[in-house]
Design a protein around this ligand. Structure first.
Ligand code: UD1
Length: 362
């Protein structure tokens, strides 16, 4: 019997672990343990996802909460070290690029426990982005680098990672997306929101580089306000963003825009999959819009997911109002774009399960 410890902690982690735990659950020789670090703690940002995605209740809750990067990372490390010493895992699985991902990897590496990183190899080249540091550290220390796209393999090889550690498995988020798409209908949302098929845009914003700087945030909202004159916008607001709107007094730009609390996974998929356009600074949403064939404007200077531009529906438009508006005009003349990157096929989790079996039992 081998023990795998899976680590989740923040909103974008749950949909990446759920299909993998499911794919491994029929293995009689694997014991799975789920650790929730509690980096996110609001119902809508964490526990709601666990329930909706049918994840088991976490075996351990570290309850680290918010804090500076050092505080949050250190708290995960202290809690996770204790878990590793008690459970003695044969493998730790981490996903994505949040602080919990890097913190758990550091702990496991120092205890000489092998780490598998799902979504390895993505690079924005921008060290001002905390996630880029998390990606670099995690990939440098992980033993098994499971990549979503070929550009990720190329990045890792260019950094000198031995090719035998890298396995191109595809995008596990798309497994979760495909599984839930049939129930993600607009009718789910209609009691709360009056939406017409392909006649509205979805906006999300939460990146510190966008919302913590008054000038940048104001510029983005000016463009958003302009777009809302032509296309209704629905904006589920991240807690950080809500705080900044209040702090900088930006409420006037949001008049005429439909604001909601952060949505659960299926509600958000219902919203995004029937939209005409997505505007966002999220990483995962660039991938989901590509898989859905819906145009996406990425409100950032760069992307760690260039495949969504070359093989998908994404345009990286930056944060300057004129550029966002030019991107909007171009996106509105897009027709339905149906090009999915290789191995974004809904079968990534079983591929990863096979790789992990081989790693643990070979
Ligand atoms: C984190 C990840 C980011 C990911 C995002 C998704 C890092 C470095 N960042 O950013 O990659 O895209 O999650 O949401 O790991 N807050 C709440 N309730 C919560 C969680 C947060 O109110 O449940 C508020 C707090 O004011 C907190 C702030 O949001 O200080 C930021 O939370 P934090 O976890 O530090 O980072 P995110 O911006 O959510």
């Amino acid at each position: 019997m081998k023990t795998i410890v899976h680590v989740v902690g923040a909103r974008p982690n749950y949909m990446k672990i759920a299909p993998l735990m499911d794919a491994l659950k029929s293995s009689p020789d694997i014991r799975q343990i789920l650790v929730n670090t509690g980096q996110h703690y609001d119902e809508a940002m964490s526990k709601g996802f666990l329930r909706e995605l049918a994840l088991p209740l976490p075996d351990r809750d570290l309850e680290v909460g918010s804090g500076s990067h050092a505080v949050q990372t250190a708290k995960v490390m202290i809690g996770f070290e204790e878990v590793c010493l008690t459970e003695k895992p044969d493998l730790v699985v981490v996903v994505g690029d949040v602080n919990s991902t890097m913190a758990a990897t550091l702990v496991a590496a120092k205890l000489r426990i092998p780490v598998a990183h799902v979504e390895a190899g993505l690079r924005s080249g921008d060290l001002a982005m905390p996630e880029e540091i998390n990606r670099l550290v995690t990939d440098r220390l992980a033993d098994l680098l499971l990549t979503p796209s070929q550009d990720a393999d190329d990045n890792l090889k260019a950094e000198g990672v031995p090719p035998e550690k890298i396995v191109f498995v595809g995008n596990i988020m798309i497994d979760t997306l495909m599984r839930h798409l049939p129930i993600a209908t607009l009718d789910r949302l209609r009691p709360r929101l009056d939406l017409k098929e392909r006649a509205y845009a979805v906006l999300t914003l939460h990146r510190p580089s966008n919302v913590d700087r008054p000038q940048t945030f104001t510029g983005i909202l000016e463009a958003v306000h302009e777009i809302a004159r032509e296309l209704p916008i629905v904006f589920p607001v991240h807690p950080r963003t809500r705080e900044r709107v209040r702090e900088f007094g930006l409420e006037r730009y949001l008049e005429g825009i439909t604001l909601t609390e952060p949505l659960g996974y299926i509600d958000f998929l219902s919203l995004s999959s029937h939209a005409r356009l997505v505007l966002s600074d999220s990483g995962g949403l660039q991938e989901e819009s590509t898989a859905l064939g819906i145009p996406c404007l990425t409100l950032r200077a760069n992307t760690e997911r260039p495949i969504t531009v070359t093989h998908g529906t994404n345009r990286v438009v930056g944060m300057i109002p004129a550029d966002i508006l030019a991107g909007f005009r171009a996106a509105m003349s897009d027709t339905h774009l149906d090009r999915r990157p290789p191995l974004w096929d809904g079968h990534t989790a079983p591929r990863i399960a096979t790789v992990l079996h081989k790693f643990l039992f070979a």
